[in-house]
Design a protein around this ligand. Structure first.
Ligand SMILES: [Zn+2]
Length: 482
């Protein structure tokens, strides 16, 4: 029997607003515990929340980018549950009438056709606080609560159960991360928890319409962890069914150290949230003008940028994919490409040297010492035959470490290419004179020795001789000897 997995996702993204969703407390990450709190986010009695307009602005951008239907009137709801990191005893969220629904995004798994993933809804809500167990200032068998994160704005993106493999989920998360980064609404960092993902997963015999019993998977802190956890859970469910067992509906936590899923204690998981409309907040009204204004001010999105890179710079699809993965990298490439003649060379340099350097230096594209202007300088010097590609790479490495301008490096280290025929003429003569045996063998037909002569000349000039001039001159002089 062949089984087919059916997976749906809930992705939470933390919005990059300066203040919280219902009060003016800062959202800055990494502050002292409980230093960014006020009576509203502490859930004191008698306080009134006020909705941060920026949250709706950001939500509208995401709704448009994911082709959602925007509801001009939506309702804010109370989700009731008790947990130590939730001082109010309820979370303000949206339930029956979210601000947007019925969207879709395109995903692409390498080597497969692109696939459309449906979005059920996107709604806004507030984050809860954080229980601290393992920090150094928490003693054993004790838990402390940090309320700083309480009230940080989130968007929850709920997908249809359209995924049929862990790979597709990975591709979707990459696409979603790309979209929120392009929109500038979230940093998309799963490792730091600003983008989180829970999955609902079941398996069924291929061809069967009814869904199997699903489990919920939580606690996956990277895209690769999500893929690993899903593959594990798919295989676990299949082997339970093959052994004649039944799947239990439960919530599972991924343990990235042991590479297994563990059931969550059922007590931590309440099913009845007793949602009702939040009495302290009026319905959200989004005008058509507001939607139109957002639509006309949308930044270019990843797929559109990729298409444009292919047509405007004549790049292969592979290059366009790599270069548009991150908006800052795309900007960097575009700055370089605008200044040089050979756009493909610009792409090769960014995909090769620049990406390698980012890994090596463990820095971001905005921090790298070889600015886009500097890289353009290097490529221009190669295009003008002032340095060879090989010297160009040396200049790049120097610039990467020192941050000095390429022109300055070339001047200081005397790296300018020797294109002067008279100067090269002398060196070629020298090399031929000092290697009479090789010259003899070459004239007898051992043409491979051409490489040897070029090597000698390059060594004599520390790689600075113009290779084309060297080759032309060598051929001419050797022919004359014939
Ligand atoms: Zn507050």
């Amino acid at each position: 029997m062949i089984y087919e997995p059916v997976i749906g996702l809930e992705v939470h993204i933390q919005l990059l607003t300066d203040s919280k969703i219902f009060c003016s407390c800062s959202t800055k990450f990494g502050a002292q515990p409980n230093s960014q709190v006020c009576p509203v986010c502490l859930g004191m009695p008698g306080v009134l929340p006020v909705l941060n307009k920026k949250v709706i602005e950001f939500g509208l951008k995401l709704a448009i980018a994911t082709n959602c239907k925007i509801n001009t009137r939506s309702i804010i709801a109370r989700k009731n549950y008790f947990y130590p990191d939730l001082p109010k005893g309820y979370q303000i969220s949206q339930y029956e009438e979210p601000f947007c629904e019925f969207g879709h995004v395109e995903i692409q798994v390498e080597g497969q056709d692109s696939k459309t993933i449906g979005l059920t809804r996107i709604h806004m809500e507030e984050d809860a606080g954080k229980s601290m167990h393992s920090e150094s200032y928490v003693s054993q068998n004790e838990s402390l609560v940090d309320i700083n994160r309480c009230g940080v704005p989130l968007l929850e993106i709920v997908s249809e159960p359209d995924f049929r493999s862990a790979n597709q989920v990975g591709a979707y998360l990459i696409r979603m991360r790309q979209i929120v980064r392009y929109l500038g609404i979230c940093d998309g960092n799963m490792e730091e928890g600003s983008m989180r993902c829970d999955a609902n997963i079941s398996v069924r015999p291929k061809g069967q319409k009814e869904l199997g019993v699903k489990t919920e998977l939580k606690n996956m802190n990277s895209i690769s962890a999500v893929e690993k956890a899903l593959d594990y859970e798919i295989n676990r469910q299949i082997s339970v069914l093959e052994d004649g067992g039944i799947i239990q509906q439960q919530t599972l936590l991924w343990d990235a150290n042991k590479n297994v899923v563990e059931p969550m204690r059922s007590k931590e998981f309440a099913h009845d949230y007793r949602y009702f409309p939040e009495p302290d907040l009026v319905p959200i009204i989004i005008t058509e003008e507001w939607i139109e204004h957002t639509r006309t001010n949308m930044p270019e999105l990843p797929l559109a940028k990729k298409q444009r890179f292919m047509s405007e710079y004549n790049l292969p699809e592979y290059d366009a994919n790599v270069l548009t993965d991150d908006p800052a990298l795309a900007d960097y490439f575009e700055n370089v490409a605008k200044m040089v003649k050979d756009k493909k060379a610009a792409s090769n340099w960014v995909m090769g040297e620049v990406l390698r350097a980012l890994k090596e230096k463990n820095c971001t594209i905005n921090e790298i010492k070889v600015s886009s202007d500097f890289l353009a300088d290097i490529i221009q010097l190669i295009e003008e035959d002032k340095i060879s590609v090989k010297i160009g790479k040396r200049v790049f490495d120097d610039c990467l470490n020192s941050g000095h301008a390429p022109n300055k490096i070339i001047e200081q280290k005397g790296l300018l290419q020797i294109s002067d025929a008279a100067e090269i003429d002398v060196i070629v003569d020298d090399v031929l004179k000092n290697n009479p045996n090789e010259v003899k063998l070459y004239l007898q037909g051992k043409e491979k020795l051409m490489g040897f002569f070029v090597g000698q000349i390059m060594r004599a000039t520390q790689g600075k001789a113009n290779p084309k001039t060297v080759n032309d001159m060598l051929k001419k002089k050797l022919n004359e000897k014939n």
